[in-house]
Write a protein that binds this ligand. Structure first.
Ligand code: NAD
Length: 247
């Protein structure tokens, strides 16, 4: 039976690239989309691209910040594909602002998706993987969570929290043959970073020794390695993919 990968927030950006790469590696792909609108504006295209690799793929609508929505989504993916072998916790949002002006709503919104969302999905999928006695969980964190970033108090806090969840899950789930790792991207060209001003982009670029921003496919390559049998003895690690920006 083909293995299945469930990727959250996979209708665009890094999540879409991960879906296509894992499909090319032979995984059936569950493309999580936040809404019906996202299914139409991206999700369906990702599904078509995955299917063109000869695997099965389908969109699953679900809100990662909602515990019950995640439970339903995981149940639906398991019913459709039979197994869940890889979970990529990719869904994320930003609501940037300096701490002095950050509202409670700004903090809570980012925490709900980036932090609680990883708990919700990992909580439900780990049950499936524990029964299978195998699985790979890959969390998308950020260099902001490792080194901080002015204007991203909320975001960097959630991404640091994701690292903590990665380490503890690796220890708890290791005995069930489940690996848990994180990938920490630097500045990657996606809709998330498109909204930054030219000034902000220039400032970020000046701190990247490789002299360019990363591509979603370059994050997908690291994720695909961690999802492969070749990485079977790697767990509890954070792989930084940032063009040496944070060194
Ligand atoms: P993006 O905005 O293009 O994609 C994020 C996806 O998450 C979207 O499809 C969005 O709809 C989805 N999402 C948001 N809230 C959701 C919810 N409640 N339930 C389900 N899905 C939801 O951004 P991206 O750049 O592709 O980011 C992907 C991941 O990579 C995020 O976790 C982000 O924090 C992380 N990251 C990105 C960069 C970068 O430079 N782009 C750098 C470091 C880390």
């Amino acid at each position: 039976m083909a293995k299945t990968a469930l990727i959250t927030g996979a209708s665009q950006g890094i999540g879409a690239a991960i879906g296509k790469k894992l499909a090319s590696d032979g995984f059936n792909i569950a493309v999580n989309c936040y809404s019906e609108r996202e299914v139409e504006n991206g999700g369906n295209q990702v599904v078509e691209a995955c299917r063109s690799c000869g695997v099965e793929a389908e969109c699953f609508i679900g809100d990662v910040s909602n515990f019950d929505s995640c439970a339903e989504m995981v149940k639906a993916v398991k019913a459709r594909f039979g197994t869940i072998d890889v979970l990529v916790n990719n869904a994320g949002i930003t609501k940037d602002g300096l701490l002095a002006r950050m509202s409670e709503a700004q903090f809570d919104a980012v925490a709900a998706v980036n932090f609680k969302g990883v708990f919700n999905m990992t909580r439900h999928v780990s049950g499936v993987m524990m029964r299978q006695r195998s699985g790979h969980i890959i969390n998308i964190t950020s260099v902001a969570g490792l080194y901080g970033n002015p204007g991203q108090f909320n975001y960097s806090a959630t991404k640091a929290g994701v690292v903590g969840m990665t380490l503890t899950a690796a220890k708890e789930l290791g005995p069930r043959n489940i690996t848990v790792n994180a990938v920490a991207p630097g500045f990657i060209e996606t809709p998330m970073t498109d909204v930054l001003t030219d000034e902000q982009k220039a400032a970020a670029l000046s701190s990247v020794p490789l002299g360019r921003f990363g591509k979603p496919e370059e994050i997908a390559a690291a994720v695909a390695f961690l999802a492969s049998d070749a990485a079977g003895y790697i767990s509890g690690q954070v792989i930084v993919v940032d063009g040496a920006m944070s060194m």
